[in-house]
Write a protein that binds this ligand. Structure first.
Ligand SMILES: Nc1nc2c(c(=O)[nH]1)N[C@@H](CN(C=O)c1ccc(C(=O)N[C@@H](CCC(=O)O)C(=O)O)cc1)CN2
Ligand SMILES: NCC(=O)N[C@@H]1O[C@H](COP(=O)([O-])[O-])[C@@H](O)[C@H]1O
Length: 196
Protein backbone atom coordinates (compact mmCIF):
# COMPACT_ATOMS: atom_id res chain seq x y z
CA UNK A 1 0.00 0.00 0.00
CA UNK A 2 1.58 3.27 -1.14
CA UNK A 3 1.42 6.07 1.42
CA UNK A 4 0.77 9.57 0.12
CA UNK A 5 0.78 13.12 1.41
CA UNK A 6 -1.05 15.53 -0.89
CA UNK A 7 -0.36 19.28 -0.96
CA UNK A 8 -2.94 21.78 -2.20
CA UNK A 9 -3.46 25.53 -2.36
CA UNK A 10 -6.94 25.87 -3.83
CA UNK A 11 -10.31 24.20 -4.21
CA UNK A 12 -8.86 20.68 -4.23
CA UNK A 13 -11.20 19.06 -6.75
CA UNK A 14 -8.38 16.77 -7.90
CA UNK A 15 -7.60 15.97 -4.25
CA UNK A 16 -11.23 15.06 -3.71
CA UNK A 17 -11.18 12.72 -6.67
CA UNK A 18 -8.08 11.01 -5.26
CA UNK A 19 -9.59 10.72 -1.78
CA UNK A 20 -12.73 9.17 -3.25
CA UNK A 21 -10.73 6.67 -5.30
CA UNK A 22 -8.56 5.79 -2.29
CA UNK A 23 -11.69 4.61 -0.49
CA UNK A 24 -11.97 1.73 -2.93
CA UNK A 25 -10.33 -1.48 -1.77
CA UNK A 26 -8.57 -2.04 -5.10
CA UNK A 27 -6.74 1.30 -5.04
CA UNK A 28 -3.16 0.60 -3.94
CA UNK A 29 -2.57 3.87 -2.11
CA UNK A 30 -3.84 5.79 0.88
CA UNK A 31 -3.63 9.50 1.69
CA UNK A 32 -2.06 9.92 5.12
CA UNK A 33 -2.42 13.69 5.31
CA UNK A 34 -3.23 16.78 3.29
CA UNK A 35 -1.07 19.89 3.55
CA UNK A 36 -1.43 23.42 2.32
CA UNK A 37 0.42 26.74 2.21
CA UNK A 38 -2.79 28.58 3.09
CA UNK A 39 -6.30 28.12 4.51
CA UNK A 40 -7.30 26.46 1.26
CA UNK A 41 -10.94 25.75 0.45
CA UNK A 42 -9.89 22.24 -0.52
CA UNK A 43 -9.03 21.37 3.08
CA UNK A 44 -12.73 20.73 3.56
CA UNK A 45 -12.32 17.57 1.48
CA UNK A 46 -9.72 16.23 3.92
CA UNK A 47 -12.13 16.93 6.76
CA UNK A 48 -14.97 15.17 4.95
CA UNK A 49 -12.83 12.09 4.33
CA UNK A 50 -11.44 12.26 7.88
CA UNK A 51 -7.87 12.78 6.70
CA UNK A 52 -5.53 14.83 8.94
CA UNK A 53 -4.37 18.13 7.50
CA UNK A 54 -1.78 20.80 8.20
CA UNK A 55 -1.26 24.35 7.01
CA UNK A 56 2.11 26.10 6.71
CA UNK A 57 1.58 29.68 5.45
CA UNK A 58 4.50 31.18 3.55
CA UNK A 59 3.64 34.54 5.08
CA UNK A 60 4.40 33.19 8.57
CA UNK A 61 8.11 32.80 7.82
CA UNK A 62 10.88 35.34 7.16
CA UNK A 63 12.20 33.44 4.15
CA UNK A 64 11.00 30.80 1.69
CA UNK A 65 13.77 28.55 2.97
CA UNK A 66 12.48 28.82 6.56
CA UNK A 67 8.98 28.08 5.29
CA UNK A 68 10.31 25.09 3.38
CA UNK A 69 12.01 23.67 6.48
CA UNK A 70 8.72 23.72 8.42
CA UNK A 71 6.73 22.35 5.48
CA UNK A 72 9.27 19.54 5.09
CA UNK A 73 9.11 18.77 8.81
CA UNK A 74 5.32 18.55 8.69
CA UNK A 75 5.46 16.26 5.64
CA UNK A 76 8.16 13.97 6.98
CA UNK A 77 6.23 13.32 10.19
CA UNK A 78 3.90 11.16 8.03
CA UNK A 79 6.77 9.26 6.37
CA UNK A 80 5.03 9.15 2.96
CA UNK A 81 6.30 7.09 0.06
CA UNK A 82 5.21 9.82 -2.35
CA UNK A 83 4.23 13.48 -1.98
CA UNK A 84 1.74 14.70 -4.59
CA UNK A 85 1.45 18.39 -5.46
CA UNK A 86 -2.15 18.81 -6.59
CA UNK A 87 -2.80 22.47 -7.24
CA UNK A 88 -0.03 23.45 -4.83
CA UNK A 89 0.90 26.94 -5.91
CA UNK A 90 4.20 27.59 -4.21
CA UNK A 91 7.67 26.91 -5.54
CA UNK A 92 9.46 24.53 -3.21
CA UNK A 93 13.00 25.40 -2.12
CA UNK A 94 15.78 23.11 -3.30
CA UNK A 95 16.25 21.63 0.18
CA UNK A 96 12.66 20.39 0.17
CA UNK A 97 12.89 19.00 -3.37
CA UNK A 98 16.15 17.19 -2.60
CA UNK A 99 14.80 15.74 0.66
CA UNK A 100 11.63 14.34 -0.94
CA UNK A 101 12.95 13.31 -4.37
CA UNK A 102 12.30 11.13 -6.24
CA UNK A 103 9.00 10.65 -4.40
CA UNK A 104 7.69 14.12 -5.33
CA UNK A 105 5.09 14.41 -8.09
CA UNK A 106 3.22 17.37 -9.54
CA UNK A 107 0.16 17.46 -11.73
CA UNK A 108 0.14 20.30 -14.25
CA UNK A 109 -2.70 21.41 -16.55
CA UNK A 110 -0.66 21.68 -19.72
CA UNK A 111 1.41 19.55 -22.07
CA UNK A 112 4.80 20.38 -20.53
CA UNK A 113 7.13 21.86 -21.48
CA UNK A 114 4.38 24.03 -22.97
CA UNK A 115 2.83 26.57 -20.60
CA UNK A 116 4.74 26.05 -17.35
CA UNK A 117 3.98 28.07 -14.25
CA UNK A 118 1.00 29.16 -12.25
CA UNK A 119 -1.35 30.15 -15.07
CA UNK A 120 -1.06 27.37 -17.63
CA UNK A 121 -4.69 27.19 -18.74
CA UNK A 122 -5.06 30.95 -19.12
CA UNK A 123 -1.80 30.99 -21.06
CA UNK A 124 -3.04 28.27 -23.41
CA UNK A 125 -6.25 30.19 -24.07
CA UNK A 126 -4.30 33.39 -24.66
CA UNK A 127 -1.96 31.59 -27.07
CA UNK A 128 -4.91 30.43 -29.16
CA UNK A 129 -3.73 26.81 -29.33
CA UNK A 130 -6.12 24.13 -30.60
CA UNK A 131 -4.96 21.63 -28.02
CA UNK A 132 -3.23 21.58 -24.70
CA UNK A 133 -2.96 18.75 -22.20
CA UNK A 134 -2.26 17.40 -18.73
CA UNK A 135 1.05 16.26 -17.31
CA UNK A 136 2.30 14.38 -14.27
CA UNK A 137 5.95 15.13 -13.63
CA UNK A 138 8.67 14.58 -11.10
CA UNK A 139 9.35 17.85 -9.31
CA UNK A 140 12.86 19.26 -9.56
CA UNK A 141 14.43 22.53 -8.45
CA UNK A 142 13.30 24.31 -11.59
CA UNK A 143 9.76 25.37 -12.44
CA UNK A 144 7.93 22.50 -14.15
CA UNK A 145 11.21 21.28 -15.62
CA UNK A 146 11.17 17.83 -14.05
CA UNK A 147 10.90 14.63 -16.12
CA UNK A 148 7.44 13.82 -17.48
CA UNK A 149 5.97 10.63 -16.02
CA UNK A 150 2.70 10.79 -17.96
CA UNK A 151 0.89 13.26 -20.17
CA UNK A 152 -2.09 13.37 -22.50
CA UNK A 153 -3.38 15.87 -25.05
CA UNK A 154 -6.64 17.71 -24.40
CA UNK A 155 -8.51 19.60 -27.15
CA UNK A 156 -9.31 23.28 -26.84
CA UNK A 157 -12.86 23.71 -28.14
CA UNK A 158 -14.27 26.81 -29.85
CA UNK A 159 -15.68 29.15 -27.25
CA UNK A 160 -13.74 27.56 -24.39
CA UNK A 161 -13.32 29.75 -21.37
CA UNK A 162 -10.47 29.20 -18.92
CA UNK A 163 -12.97 27.43 -16.68
CA UNK A 164 -14.42 25.09 -19.30
CA UNK A 165 -10.99 24.18 -20.60
CA UNK A 166 -9.57 23.70 -17.11
CA UNK A 167 -12.45 21.42 -16.16
CA UNK A 168 -11.76 19.30 -19.27
CA UNK A 169 -8.07 19.17 -18.43
CA UNK A 170 -8.73 18.23 -14.81
CA UNK A 171 -10.69 15.14 -15.78
CA UNK A 172 -7.60 13.94 -17.65
CA UNK A 173 -5.25 14.96 -14.83
CA UNK A 174 -7.23 12.87 -12.34
CA UNK A 175 -7.00 9.77 -14.51
CA UNK A 176 -3.31 10.30 -15.25
CA UNK A 177 -2.50 10.73 -11.56
CA UNK A 178 -4.49 7.63 -10.65
CA UNK A 179 -2.72 5.62 -13.33
CA UNK A 180 0.71 6.87 -12.22
CA UNK A 181 -0.01 5.99 -8.58
CA UNK A 182 -1.18 2.53 -9.62
CA UNK A 183 1.95 2.15 -11.74
CA UNK A 184 4.25 3.12 -8.88
CA UNK A 185 2.48 0.78 -6.48
CA UNK A 186 2.73 -2.10 -8.96
CA UNK A 187 6.41 -1.44 -9.68
CA UNK A 188 5.72 -0.58 -13.33
CA UNK A 189 6.82 2.99 -12.71
CA UNK A 190 10.12 3.33 -10.84
CA UNK A 191 10.64 6.99 -9.91
CA UNK A 192 14.29 6.45 -9.09
CA UNK A 193 14.94 5.54 -12.74
CA UNK A 194 14.00 9.01 -13.99
CA UNK A 195 16.80 11.52 -14.49
CA UNK A 196 16.69 14.55 -12.20
N1 LIG B 1 10.68 23.46 -6.96
C1 LIG B 1 9.47 23.36 -7.53
N2 LIG B 1 8.38 23.64 -6.81
C2 LIG B 1 7.14 23.54 -7.38
C3 LIG B 1 7.02 23.14 -8.72
C4 LIG B 1 8.20 22.82 -9.45
O1 LIG B 1 8.16 22.43 -10.65
N3 LIG B 1 9.39 22.95 -8.82
N4 LIG B 1 5.75 23.07 -9.32
C5 LIG B 1 4.76 23.87 -8.66
C6 LIG B 1 3.42 23.75 -9.27
N5 LIG B 1 3.38 24.74 -10.36
C7 LIG B 1 3.15 24.30 -11.62
O2 LIG B 1 2.87 23.13 -11.90
C8 LIG B 1 3.63 26.10 -10.06
C9 LIG B 1 2.91 26.70 -9.03
C10 LIG B 1 3.18 28.03 -8.69
C11 LIG B 1 4.16 28.75 -9.35
C12 LIG B 1 4.47 30.14 -8.91
O3 LIG B 1 4.97 30.96 -9.66
N6 LIG B 1 4.18 30.40 -7.63
C13 LIG B 1 4.45 31.72 -7.01
C14 LIG B 1 3.16 32.29 -6.46
C15 LIG B 1 2.12 32.30 -7.55
C16 LIG B 1 0.74 32.62 -6.96
O4 LIG B 1 0.59 32.64 -5.71
O5 LIG B 1 -0.18 32.83 -7.78
C17 LIG B 1 5.40 31.56 -5.83
O6 LIG B 1 5.66 30.39 -5.42
O7 LIG B 1 5.84 32.60 -5.35
C18 LIG B 1 4.86 28.15 -10.39
C19 LIG B 1 4.61 26.81 -10.75
C20 LIG B 1 4.72 23.61 -7.19
N7 LIG B 1 6.03 23.81 -6.64
N1 LIG C 1 1.07 24.99 -11.78
C1 LIG C 1 0.31 24.20 -10.89
C2 LIG C 1 -1.11 24.13 -11.34
O1 LIG C 1 -1.58 24.96 -12.12
N2 LIG C 1 -1.82 23.13 -10.83
C3 LIG C 1 -3.18 22.91 -11.20
O2 LIG C 1 -4.08 23.51 -10.28
C4 LIG C 1 -5.33 22.84 -10.45
C5 LIG C 1 -5.87 22.55 -9.08
O3 LIG C 1 -7.23 22.27 -9.19
P1 LIG C 1 -8.02 21.79 -7.87
O4 LIG C 1 -7.60 22.70 -6.75
O5 LIG C 1 -9.47 21.93 -8.26
O6 LIG C 1 -7.62 20.35 -7.62
C6 LIG C 1 -5.05 21.55 -11.23
O7 LIG C 1 -5.46 21.67 -12.58
C7 LIG C 1 -3.55 21.45 -11.17
O8 LIG C 1 -2.97 20.79 -12.26
Amino acid sequence: MLSLVVLISGGGSNLRALLAEAEHADFPARVLAVGSDRDADGLVHAEEFRIPSFTVPLSSFPTREDWGKELLSQIQQWRPDVVVLSGFMRLLPGEVVRALSPGLLNTHPALLPEFPGAHAVADAIAAGVSETGASVILVDEGVDTGPVIAQERVPVLPGDSEETLHDRVKTVERRLLSDVIRGIAAGRIRLEEYPT
